[in-house]
Design a protein around this ligand. Sequence first.
Ligand SMILES: C[S@@+](CC[C@H](N)C(=O)[O-])C[C@H]1O[C@@H](n2cnc3c(N)ncnc32)[C@H](O)[C@@H]1O
Length: 366
Amino acid sequence: MKPQHASPLDTIFHGDTLEFLSGLADESVQLVVSSPPYNIGKEYETRQALDAYLVNQSVILRECVRVLRQTGSIFWQLGSYSADGSLIPLDVRVFPILEGLGLIPRNRVIWVRQHGVHARKKFSCRHESILWFTKSDSYSFNLDAIRVPQKYQNKTEWEGPNYGKLTCNPLGKNPADIWVFRNVKHNHEEQTIHPCQFPEDLITRIVLAVTDSGDTILDPYMGSGTVAVVARDTGRHFLGAELDAKYHSVAMRRLSGEPDEDNRFANLKSLRQYVRRTGKPVENYRFDMQVGNVATTADKAKIFPESHHLTQLEDRLSFEEDCFAADLRGETRPVDPLGHNDPNKLKKKKRVGAEDQLTLFDKVDT
Ligand SMILES: C[S@@+](CC[C@H](N)C(=O)[O-])C[C@H]1O[C@@H](n2cnc3c(N)ncnc32)[C@H](O)[C@@H]1O
């Protein structure tokens, strides 16, 4: 049994994750949460590449299970592997690996995306998944910490001994297993140069659900350091590794909260927090993904909660299916409840082939 971590708590190891994991003490972390790389390699035979990837994942996951406490959880976020037109959801292949390591499955969370690449020869992919497994049956789950508003919060019993009492928990409801946290793209204030960041709110939901203050959280593939930032901001400890020097540096800059020698920040959120904390002029600073001349401050940002995106998604999907049904029956299509077809809300963005592609103003963040 390894008694002590080789890496100190609240640092991100710069290097290979297996080397890092081998230095961690047994049963020392409460939560492992990560999105592993899916870049399965360029070996000639696709099948071999995927198999080799899964073997590598088994080795990493075995180490994650070793360092997990008995009450602990693993949340493993996965997309799909596609080659030559075929598409393999990676969670389908990773699920048996986790079960084979003696873990107990609890949920398969579907993380829905409102936007993405449009497929031509299959349905466009609009979700990824997050597998949740625990090490034992005595696992932590703090539901009250992550409740969301009830749909009918004030509904009361209309008869019987509970007449007049609320029918649902006034603290809110279980957020369920379909999540719509906005992808960290475009003008999301957390966006760094990393191409596939977790949204901080998504990680916060997981952290609050299965850890307590002071617990240790491990991300074996830290990327831009989202898990470390959330752990710090929620009073937990973190451990993790990142192989790529530029992403490791981004993560360290996010954690420091200070501008670098060129007065730059890793993302807009760090810049806004610094300007608010110090009162210094926003014009003095830039962030890596900045396009405009001056960054906008937090008071100008419109950041909507996950429930807003979920409602929008539900409305949109119902509308699309109603249109499909109307088309089938030769009826008039319904009016888009979100007004997306209103010409006043559309702008010309760029030319795609011979046609102008019309896109919505992104009114989410400024
Ligand atoms: C999907 S990204 C993780 C992004 C992260 N969740 C975030 O919010 O920024 C996977 C990361 O794993 C890193 N990586 C790949 N192989 C690695 C290895 N063997 N050891 C450590 N990190 C590795 C990649 O450089 C990449 O940044």
